[in-house]
Write a protein that binds this ligand. Structure first.
Ligand SMILES: [Zn+2]
Length: 108
């Protein structure tokens, strides 16, 4: 399928269906990499980014259908402000890469 045709079809979906489609597609793309002792799991997520004016920091929230999101049993409970750009971050993990400026941050 051509990208443009696919995009036109996706644009017909409402917000809930759009999230469902990408949530399921990204879940199928989950990969795991060997770490020192365990495996590290990675997958793309659907996120909503909001901001008030150009140049201001952004709020970033992971979006999932019907609260079904899980990360290896973890919850999205770690929050903080990015040291690099000031965006508000939330994550299941205390150490995250900011999706806006790629700075490494420690959350609490
Ligand atoms: Zn940042």
């Amino acid at each position: 399928m051509e990208y443009e045709a696919l995009i036109r079809e996706l644009e017909k979906l409402d917000r809930a269906d759009m999230v469902e489609v990408f949530y399921r597609a990204f879940g199928a793309m989950e990969t795991r990499y060997p770490d020192r002792r365990n495996f590290v799991y990675r997958k793309l997520v659907v996120a909503e980014v909001s901001w008030e004016d150009e140049g201001t920091s952004a709020d970033i929230n992971i979006v999932c259908p019907s609260g079904s999101f899980s990360l290896g049993g973890g919850s999205i409970s770690e929050v903080g402000k990015c040291d690099g750009c000031g965006s508000n971050l939330c994550s299941a993990f205390k150490r995250v890469n900011c999706p806006v400026c790629l700075s490494v941050n420690g959350l609490s």
